[in-house]
Design a protein around this ligand. Structure first.
Ligand SMILES: [Zn+2]
Length: 256
């Protein structure tokens, strides 16, 4: 399932006790919490790439408040993961969506994110899923056709790699922020659905499209978590209890 991330290698990795090793003896330790770090030095965007610990903690607290539960249900309704599925979540963050879907459906889950903080948090909470630190923008370190379902939930998108790792009869679920997502703190956004469908048009056909919108009443602490989660300094008048809208466009694609 896993491939060596070293450029010009990409040989299969096999598990050997507490590490993964390829035929050329490139070796990757499995962390105490259970994830494997396959991030190559040239694939780091910075010294500590991806979400910071503060962002991961803020997002997890928002999930734990239950405010993203309707989004999770809507994703399950359109993607319909089942026990027989092998699922990749590319840009999985703290693992809330994949970990919850794997818990509910018993599908085989594999989550990739560039942030060590996010993957470590995911591995601690959802030990039944395989968690991998890697830069999925460049290379998803998995064999061709490994997955029957690929998820990209408000993450960066890599159509060519998604297509490569997806089975011929596999499906791809892309979730993007809808224009009214967090409108109270960021203002109205663009409608990105059309452009996203175009981005995938060469590799995928659109099967289904839906929008899920929910609101949550947040106290000052919740607003502080949002501030960390979106890295956005907010004006003082927003940092008080308020109603927050969460909204996603969900696009389900199949392969041609
Ligand atoms: Zn190798």
């Amino acid at each position: 399932m896993l491939l060596c991330p070293v450029r010009e290698c990409h040989q299969p990795l096999t598990r050997d006790e507490r590490r993964y090793v390829c035929p050329r003896q490139h070796s990757f330790d499995i962390a105490r919490s259970g994830y494997v770090n396959l991030l190559q030095p040239q694939d780091r965007r910075s010294k500590n790439p991806g979400d910071t610990t503060a962002a991961v903690t803020g997002r997890r607290r928002l999930h734990d408040r239950g405010i993203t539960e309707p989004l999770l249900r809507a994703i399950a309704d359109i993607a319909v993961p089942q026990a027989k599925d092998t699922v990749l979540d590319a840009g999985c963050g703290d693992g809330f969506y994949l970990g919850s879907l794997a818990r509910d459906t018993h599908c085989a889950g594999h989550g990739v994110d560039i942030s060590i903080s996010a993957i470590d948090a995911a591995a601690r909470r959802y030990p039944d899923v395989q968690w991998i630190v890697a830069n999925a923008d460049r290379f998803i370190p998995c064999v061709d056709g490994a997955f029957s379902l690929v998820l990209s939930i408000t993450a960066r998108m890599n159509p060519q790699e998604f297509r490569r790792v997806l089975r011929d009869d596999g499906r791809l679920l892309v979730a993007i922020p809808a224009p009214d997502d967090m409108i109270e703190v960021r203002g109205a956004g663009r409608d990105r659905a059309g452009r996203t469908i175009e981005t995938f048009a060469a590799e995928f056909k659109l099967l289904k499209q839906s929008r899920v919108t929910t609101t949550a009443d947040l106290d000052a602490e919740g607003i502080e978590d949002v501030r960390h989660a979106i890295y956005r300094p907010m004006q003082a008048e927003v940092a008080k209890p308020t109603r927050l809208t969460l909204s996603m466009d969900l696009l389900l694609f199949g392969r041609y």
